[in-house]
Each structure stands twice: as structure tokens, then as C-alpha cells.
Design a protein around this ligand. Sequence first.
Ligand SMILES: C[S@@+](CC[C@H](N)C(=O)[O-])C[C@H]1O[C@@H](n2cnc3c(N)ncnc32)[C@H](O)[C@@H]1O
Length: 366
Amino acid sequence: MTASEIETKASFDHIRYAQLWEDADILTQAFGDCAGGTLVSICAAGDNALAMLTLDPAKVVVVDLSPAQIACLRLRMGAFSALSHPEFLELMGARASNRRKALLARALAGLDAQTQAFWAGLAEDVALYGAGGVGKFERYFRIFRTRLLPLVHSGKTLDDVFVPRGKADRQTFYDTRFNTFRWRILLNLFFSRFVMGRMGRDKAFFDHVDGSPAQHVARRIHHAAVETDPAQNPYLHWILHGTHGAALPMTWRAEHFDTIRSRLERIDIRPGSLEAFVSTGERADGFNLSDIFEYMSPAVFAQVYGSILAAAAPKARLVYWNMMAPRRVPPAFAAQVTRQRGIEDRLKAQDNAFFYSDFVVEAVNG
Ligand SMILES: C[S@@+](CC[C@H](N)C(=O)[O-])C[C@H]1O[C@@H](n2cnc3c(N)ncnc32)[C@H](O)[C@@H]1O
């Protein structure tokens, strides 16, 4: 199968995710030792495919149905090549900047004409929000932050979220200062299916979701605010402040900049579906599947899962998230993989991209 079910339902003509809202720190730990192997990654904004270079694979094959998402990866590759690390952070929006257009031009200079033209059309938005702030998903967070959040919390409360505290004090802060009546009203309104579909995610993505998005979000905010430390959480910081604070996502941290830069030629971009890659006959030692299964009906999920197994080397790991719809190895393939429960539980507890309800690590037997 090469056509993808969601391809026919959702439109992919603009950037949906301008940064990766999946935690690369847990993704890379889930793969174990992959040195010298072939890895496959869904692209999205490209950050996690780049993070996978730190595992020292021979190559990372990157697939995505959306040319706009592939353009996000190409821009990052240009930026890693042409900019210093502090400049990279400015361009992406992690740090304030008044020179993003110039940084964008330098990052694009060595790239293909199509990518240059695509990003030239977004230069004004990049200047305002950073290249990591220009997707539909980030726009949704921006509206939340600028128009609604001020009705509920003061700037002081939002700053205080990021003061380092022990767990007991985080619970007290959450109970007494954050989880107020107004906050709960806001969550229920903003995370209604209607509003999320209109502003953040395509309505088709909710076809298979159980329960209310607001209930799910409330549970996950408790994880981000109390179970884990907000002071260490770049995703929460971006949502509440529109930029990063002390904490950065793995790919954007200084400690990985030179490693990623020196391995950029190991990125092998294949625009198109994952299903197209798995039908090439190539084999891979690990798959970062993002949360794509959630966008498929259970029947299509089972079919795609089977085709991934056919393209997986023995011991290959399949790593993926579920946001709201439950997806794990379909019964027909259960004997061919082993759930890595210990790894899942350890990594789920430290997942800073807190919106997901599940993180799955399955290893191919053999
Ligand atoms: C599933 S979305 C989720 C993004 C995400 N949770 C994040 O934080 O960025 C990631 C990407 O998967 C791509 N995608 C979805 N289904 C795909 C498929 N079957 N093959 C290739 N790419 C796919 C979409 O175009 C999108 O760019």
C-alpha cells in the first residue's frame, strides 16, 4: 500500500507543526544501541530525526507526506550548517531576536530553490515568532497564550510556574495557584473538539478519539506541573511564554549541536508516506513513528503495522506515541514483537511533551 488513509482526509499544504512536540530525550533512549544501523523517522518538523543522529546510525531515512514538513527539516539542516548555536536558537524562536530575517537568509543560502521560496514566503512570520513558531499548531498555542491565558492567570503566576520546587511544593502550587476555577473553565472551552478541530488539528484526527480532549489535557497538565519539573520542561515554557527558558528540547541544546552538524549527510530524505518506504524492500533497525497510528482506523493501522514489521530487521524497535486513541501491536502480530514495558514506564515518567497518554516501545523478536 502506498496511499495513506489520512492523506485523503487532511490537507498538508502548510506547516502544521513548526517544531516537534514529542520529547526526543525519551525517543532516543527508547532505541538503545543503534550505532551503525539504519533508522527511519517520520519527519514532522524534523527535530527528532536530527536527534536520532546522536545515536550514531549509518543513516536516518526521513519520510513525510507533507512537503511543508519536509521543508522544516531542510531549513534546520541549512541552519545547523550555516549558523552558530546561539544564532540557531534565535532563528528558531527559542531566544528573542531582531535579526531573524538575516539569519533565515543565511540558513537558506545553501538549500534548493523550492525550500528557499517556501521559507521566503514565511519570512515575516519567522521574524515575529521564530521558525519554530509558524505552524498551525503553534498558532493555536499562541492564541491560547495571548488572548485567553491573560483572562485566567497573571504574568506573575505564569512566571512562578517555572521556579524550581520539590514535588510536594509543586502539588501545592498547582492546587492553590494554578488549577483555579477560571483555569478549568478555559480548559473545557479551549480544548473542546470543535475548537481544537478548527484551530489546531484537523477534525479528521478526532475520528478515533475516545473521551473529552479537555479531560485528557487536565490529566496531562497535572503530569507536567506536578509529576515532572516545569523548570526542566521546554514544551510547557513555550506554551505559556511563546519561547524557551532555561530548558531546551534535545535537538536544540548546545551539547548536541556539533554532533548533529557533523552527521547531517546521514539524513536521507524521502518525501512521501511511510507506507511507500516500507514497500521498497529496505530494512531498518529502528522506527520513530511519531503518533501516526492514531490518525488511522484500526484496520488500516493493522495493515500498516504488518508492512513495517516486514521492513524491520530482527531486534528493531518500533517507537511511537498515542495522544488520545489507544494503539499498540495489533493482535495478529502480537507474537512477532515484545513490549519493552520497563523502558516504556521509565521513559513515560520523564516525558516532558506531556500531551500524550501513551508511549510505546516494541522490539521485533529474533
Ligand atoms: C503524525 S504528525 C504528529 C506530529 C506531532 N505529534 C508533533 O509533535 O509534531 C507528524 C507527521 O506525520 C506525517 N504523517 C502522518 N501520517 C503519515 C504517513 N502515513 N507517512 C508519512 N508521514 C505521515 C504528517 O504529515 C506530519 O508531518
